[in-house]
Ligand binder design. Structure first.
Ligand code: PLP
Length: 441
């Protein structure tokens, strides 16, 4: 088996002609049919990951719910798939709420995040009936008080806590739970804010049902999450003793990592969830707290491996005594992660996947930034114009963080399953680029 294949969707293989296959679908054929850059998602891989999370969560002695952090990648088809699989949605803007609602996702199974939720975000969420508001700071709390004034039914809120716990991610930009974070209420302030909500009649339209923590993205150690949960439960215990408050819901966030590179260790989500479940059960028992409903909100570990970015090689050059650059037709605009935080990727040639990988090259995109390097160093067969480069683990934080830099057209997205291929987002056209411009028609 090709040593990089384990990073690709679960049904990936290399056929007798040396072509990369997803089940019965040839990557090269898909690239020809839809053009490149193309984002391919294997739906079976997403469903499998959901099942792994849900099965592990079922071992929790209390109630549990899996939600999907839709910032990882959201479109109508994916929101529908999540809804079909009984996965709630973590949304972070009026825009994400709009997409989720259009897809028919029940608002009651959504919760709203954000460290600077605008009036518009909050109003959209209230209007949609979003199930929970994850309050990030005192300003937001005041906004919610104003917006909910006179409501007959209280709105359910959680407090997002910054527990001052560090997780090891690959970059400081993806750490969110340390003391100096733009997200959440500092641990030392949580009790004061909660006490206000619980005792001051001004907050009667808000019902505090839970606590939330999210330590960062792309870590693979459950221990820090257990430490963070312990800190939250100390607060919950104190609030129970002083105000008779009951922690009904607990969300320890998402953040579980995935391997991006053949040298990365495996990061199966099942032991992570099992570890979390055990930690919550033990810590609640130790604090004599009834088990809260446990809500998880992973993004990357549900969808990253399912996605593959297909590019066409356009040119190559070798610098005397230097590197060989292989340039492809996408990069910074559809995947800013390498430029943003030195994310490390690999790739293979989908049309020559059985050939020896004898050359070490840098894979560059076509955009006007020297930082537009998709892969700093990868071994490939000597790549030629026309070859199809397949970059795995492309399903999360690529398209959702993409841009139209250099007036790039956002790529098409196709979903694959055993029933066939479905175009779920068409490629942008040049007309799309001027659609918002006044006087464009
Ligand atoms: C609040 C919150 N929850 C969940 C996630 C999902 O993280 P991941 O995709 O690493 O699972 C994020 C992403 O950073 C987040 O900000």
């Amino acid at each position: 088996m090709h040593r990089k294949l384990s990073l690709f969707p679960l049904n990936s293989s290399v056929n007798a002609s040396g072509r990369l296959m997803f089940g019965k679908h040839s990557a090269v054929h898909l690239a020809r049919l839809f053009g490149t850059p193309l984002y391919v998602y294997d739906i079976g891989t997403i469903r499998h990951n959901i099942k792994v999370y849900q099965a592990s969560l079922q071992k929790y002695a209390g109630e549990a719910q899996l939600t999907y952090a839709s910032k990882a990648f959201l479109c109508l088809a994916l929101a529908r798939l999540m809804t079909e699989e009984n996965v709630g949605l973590d949304v972070s803007s009026a825009g994400e709420i709009f997409i989720a609602e259009r897809a028919g996702a029940p608002a009651a199974n959504m919760h709203l995040h954000g460290n600077n939720k605008s009036w518009r975000d909050l109003e959209a969420a209230l209007q949609a009936g979003v199930g929970r508001f994850v309050v990030d700071n005192p300003t937001e709390l005041e906004r919610l008080v104003q917006l909910t004034a006179g409501r007959p039914q209280p709105v359910d809120i959680w407090l997002r806590v910054t527990p001052d716990v560090r997780v090891e991610t690959h970059h400081r930009f993806t750490v969110t739970g340390t003391a100096d974070s733009k997200f959440g209420l500092p641990l030392a302030q949580v009790e004061t804010v909660a006490a206000q909500i619980l005792t001051d009649p001004r907050f009667e339209t808000l019902r505090l049902t839970g606590l939330h923590v999210h330590l960062g993205s792309h870590f693979h150690d459950v221990e820090p999450v257990a430490v963070a949960i312990e800190r939250l439960l100390v607060v919950a215990n104190s609030l129970r003793e002083k105000y008779g408050w009951h922690l009904a819901e607990l969300c320890p966030g998402g953040g579980w990592g995935v391997p991006y590179h053949p040298t990365d260790p495996p990061m199966p989500p099942a032991p992570f969830v099992t570890g979390l479940v055990a930690a919550v059960e033990q810590l609640c028992a130790a604090n004599r707290l009834p088990l809260p409903k446990l809500i998880l909100e992973p993004g990357r570990s549900l969808v990253a491996q399912a996605g593959v970015a297909l590019y066409t090689v356009g040119s190559r050059k070798t610098i005397p005594n230097g590197r060989t650059y292989v340039s492809v037709d996408g990069g910074l605009a559809d995947n800013p992660r390498p430029a943003l935080y030195q994310a490390r990727y690999t790739a293979l040639l989908a049309n020559r996947a059985a050939e020896p990988e004898t050359e070490t090259v840098a894979v560059a995109g076509p955009f006007c930034e020297s930082g537009d390097i998709l892969i700093d160093e990868v071994q490939l067969p000597p790549a030629q114009p026309g070859d199809v480069l397949a970059a795995p683990v492309a399903g999360a934080y690529q398209l959702s963080m993409g841009s139209n830099y250099n007036a790039a057209l956002r790529p098409a997205v196709v979903f694959l399953d055993e029933n066939g291929v479905k175009l779920v987002q068409r490629r942008e056209t040049v007309e799309d680029l001027i659609r918002r411009d006044v006087g464009s028609n």
